[in-house]
Design a protein around this ligand. Structure first.
Ligand code: B12
Ligand code: SF4
Length: 493
């Protein structure tokens, strides 16, 4: 889980197959502190979203190096290789690009890192796709066919989102993911936190929404009981979320999504989410210190009100995976223990930790650069598991130690036990899920390598869905939230 397969330059070259495009999600090392399971929960839509626009006379193949299937395919050599690039795996993406280019492929690079650092990516590609691949990919392939590929293509995120085709999920290896149904209903967020990639210089991403009917049709077509919404913030537009929930309800399926905690301003909306099958939310609390939230320019309720809001979600059977960022300027060494205590006290079923990371071309990056606090620009360590800047009230080493300690504490037996649901009936499935998700990294590696992820999780997920359908009936009938919370699959990414 830490080293990619070797790209042997001496391997004999195969002939180039015209009108064959290979799409690659490059390898990235997994943080051993966190769960390996999260990497096979649901696939990124970076590649499948625009794969759907590939003309019918092109063959298309999908390759995710994180599924541990060895070296990516090289016989025959694809005419075009499309690679998605994030800063943490940029080096691997460039190595792959070099390997395929030396064998005769045209390499197209796209994704977040191409958007924020195009100059760095350009020397490694025949063409850069800056921005929305759904608009660019058909143009790029047409130019390849015409022999007139240009070095750079650019598109904004301002087109009518409803005209995008459904992602091409048929190219995904279904056995390798807990669910292949990554859904995306919206793009953007009503916030623009200074550390978020949405605040990247020059990126305009107004909040765009697909028709609820389109989303429902995709969910139904993929024939999975559980979907993960990969939206930045599914709760940014509350009337839209309500309409989406109404459309999802008749499916009798379950799903999880990322929302900001202000969505609990409207408890009736939370009820609609539960009735529609929401079993878990991924919430970016970021910090329990208001000054940090203000510095990050996050429009959010006061931290003192977070606990009440978590209860609203729990009361509706919705598990909470809290995301916390450590290393803000008002964090002192007590931040780690305070955060762990708060999570346990409020019985968050799951928590995800991130060391504050200044992504290039964001306001946070400019600030750190101006204050001369960046330690280096080795992007592979900009993975939110390493301190890449000088924190104000502790050393980078102390920040990294505190981060690792938080995972150890929250994944420990006593902590899992302390956070068990209050209703005893929900405890056994909670424990089963917690141990599988948080304490089984060796097991995960085995499942991934043997393509067993889906097979092992499917019965648990289906069981959760059945329990949730019963729970919803009670919730609808009684109109109150005093019900045992059904156990759920991991609450989002
Ligand atoms: C699903 C997901 C995951 C999954 C799968 C990741 C994977 N790489 O396989 C899991 C859970 C494993 C994961 C893990 C992590 N993730 Co993640 N993840 C996401 C999430 C929620 C959705 C991605 C997605 O499907 N987006 C929708 C697609 C359609 O958008 P897109 O990727 O921008 O692609 C479009 C364009 O960029 C372009 N495009 C992209 N690639 C290409 C290639 C070509 C050839 C072309 C033509 C076009 C093109 O076309 C697409 C359509 O418009 C995003 C948040 C988000 N909503 O985007 C975070 C996000 C990508 N993750 C992030 C992070 C930080 C991580 C972690 C490091 C967190 C951690 N500490 O564990 C890890 C490590 C993974 C890693 N190194 O990539 C950050 C990245 C920030 C940054 N600047 O790099 C994001 C943006 C979240 C955030 N708000 O901070 N993640
Ligand atoms: S609320 Fe979340 S998705 Fe929205 S800008 Fe802030 S960090 Fe990004």
């Amino acid at each position: 889980m830490t080293h990619p397969p070797h790209l042997d330059p001496a391997l004999p070259s195969a002939p180039v197959q015209l009108r064959y495009a290979l799409l690659i999600n490059p390898f990235y090392p997994k943080d051993p502190n966190a769960s390996f399971g999260k990497h096979v929960l649901t696939p990124t839509l970076a590649l499948t979203s625009f794969a759907a626009t590939t003309p019918a006379h092109w063959d298309i193949r999908y390759w995710d190096e994180n599924l541990l299937d060895g070296r990516p395919p090289f016989a025959p050599i694809p005419e075009v290789v499309g690679i998605t690039v994030h800063l943490t795996f940029a080096k691997r993406a460039f190595d792959l690009a070099h390997w395929y280019r030396s064998r005769g492929s045209k390499v197209v690079l796209g994704g977040l890192h191409v958007l924020s650092c195009p100059e760095e990516c350009a020397p490694h590609a025949d063409a850069l796709a800056v921005g929305d691949g759904v608009q660019l990919w058909p143009r790029i392939l047409a130019d390849v066919e015409a022999g007139s590929l240009r070095p750079k293509y650019a598109a904004t995120y301002e087109s009518d989102y409803r005209s995008d085709p459904a992602p091409r999920r048929s190219v995904l290896p279904r056995q390798s993911f807990l669910t292949t149904t990554s859904l995306i209903a919206t793009r953007g967020c009503h916030n623009r936190c200074g550390f978020c990639y949405l605040a990247t210089d020059g990126l305009r991403m107004p909040y765009r929404m697909r028709d609820p009917a389109q989303v429902v049709a995709e969910f139904a077509a993929d024939r999975q009981p559980y979907a993960v919404f990969v939206d930045n913030n599914l709760g940014s537009n509350r009337p839209y979320l309500r309409a989406l929930c109404q459309a999802l309800q008749p499916l009798h399926k379950i799903w999880s999504a990322a929302v900001s905690i202000d969505v609990t301003d409207d408890p009736d909306l939370i009820r609609h989410m539960a009735l529609a099958g929401c079993t878990g939310v991924f919430v970016g609390f970021e910090s329990l210190t208001d000054e940090n939230l203000a510095d990050a320019r996050k429009k959010t309720p006061k931290a003192a009100d977070y606990a009440r809001r978590v209860r609203i979600l729990h009361d509706h059977g919705i598990q909470v995976n809290g995301s916390f960022v450590l290393g803000f300027d008002h964090d002192r060494k007590d931040a780690f223990v305070r955060t762990a205590d708060w999570i346990e006290h409020n019985r968050l079923e799951c928590a995800t930790f991130h060391i504050l990371t200044p992504y290039p071309a964001t306001p946070l990056f400019h600030q750190m650069e101006a204050e001369n606090r960046l330690l280096h620009r080795d992007w592979s360590l900009y993975d939110t598991a390493h301190a890449v800047f000088r924190p104000k009230h502790m050393s980078p080493e102390e920040l990294e130690e505190g981060y690792a300690w938080l995972y150890q504490r929250l994944f420990s037996h006593p902590s899992i036990w302390r956070r068990r649901p209050e209703d005893w009936r929900a405890v056994p499935p909670y424990l089963a899920m917690s141990y599988l998700y948080k304490r089984s990294n060796r097991f995960w590696r085995f499942l991934i390598q043997h393509h067993l992820v889906h097979a092992v999780w499917q019965p648990l997920v289906e069981l959760t869905r059945l329990r949730h359908v019963r729970f919803r009936k009670q919730l609808a009938a009684k109109g109150t939230a005093a019900y045992p919370a059904p156990n759920v699959v991991a609450a989002g990414v």
